[in-house]
Design a protein. Structure first.
Length: 293
């Protein structure tokens, strides 16, 4: 229990005060551009206010449990160890769980504000993941809550990082946003003799096949989790809006360093309008949002 009487459940007192203030004075704040606002109004939505969700996580124990290397006649296992599996003792799973909890909590609190405003959805969501001092990280979701002028209302408010114009285009094409999806994967790879020879000062210009394998692995795992979350959100397809990856060294012993890779995929689950016709396919399509140029 905090000093202001909030136990972490429901809306924080400052959020409730902001919503009550907006209800009293009637001012509807928005993060939308003028074009985005016009597009949403043409599609039958009204802005009801700006909504925010935030969570600060202390991520002290990351759970590194080794790189999966085992001695053998060929020099040992040197593939990536899938360490973001849902197991208590698999390496980095505590870290991955903490990141998921921070993201989910921020999104959930943003949705709670939207529900309090009687909104049908949140558009233009901006998600940030900021590192603070020590081992703390702040996760924040910020967007614009909107309400439909139509009679049909969703059972729960949707969320999307698409702007107002893009949401209007989706609706005109027969699609509706159903939620923000993401996927996270972390893996560690033993720097074996082949990797060391490919990164040595005499290697020249050559592919480091171990690092290629490591990055390919975490990206595939993150995309798989992203697709699964999009499906659970009721999506018939998914718009991939961001893919971020990072590699860093970890010293595991004297004079030996392995490498860890993390990948985060973000995007939007979207669903077809119900037409009464049976869908021709049940597979989940991932559609890139940005041009490949």
């Amino acid at each position: 229990m905090t000093v202001d009487g909030w136990d972490g459940r429901g809306l924080p007192p400052v959020a409730r005060a902001r919503i009550e203030r907006a209800a009293r004075d009637g001012v509807r704040t928005s993060l939308l551009s003028a074009d985005g606002l016009a597009g949403l109004e043409a599609a039958g939505f009204d802005v009801v206010g700006e909504v925010l969700g935030t969570a600060v996580m202390q991520i002290g124990f990351q759970g590194y449990g080794g790189c999966g290397w085992t001695p053998g006649l060929t020099g040992g296992y040197y593939g990536p160890a899938a360490v973001s599996r849902p197991s208590r003792w698999s390496g980095y799973e505590p870290y991955a769980r903490a990141v998921r909890q921070g993201r989910d909590t921020a999104l959930d609190r943003m949705h709670q504000e939207a529900t309090a405003l009687r909104a049908d959805g949140v558009v233009g969501v901006r998600f940030t993941d900021e590192r603070m001092e020590g081992q703390k990280r702040e996760f924040m979701a910020l967007g614009t809550a909107v309400r439909s002028r139509g009679r049909e209302r969703p059972a729960t408010a949707f969320s999307t990082d698409l702007g107002g114009q893009d949401v209007a285009k989706l609706l005109a094409a027969g699609w509706v946003p159903s939620g923000i999806a993401y996927g996270i994967s972390i893996a560690v790879r033993h720097d074996d003799w082949r990797t060391q020879s490919q990164t040595g000062w005499m290697a020249g210009n050559t592919e480091v096949s171990g690092y290629t394998e490591l990055l390919t692995h975490v990206r595939a795992q993150a995309r798989r989790e992203f697709a699964g979350r999009a499906s659970r959100l009721g999506g018939d397809a998914a718009l991939l809006s961001g893919l971020w990856s990072h590699v860093w060294p970890i010293e595991v012993g004297e004079n030996h360093t392995d490498h860890v890779a993390e990948c985060v995929v973000t995007g939007n689950a979207i669903a077809r309008f119900h037409t009464g016709r049976k869908a021709t396919t049940s597979s989940l399509t991932i559609l890139p949002l940005r041009s490949s140029r």
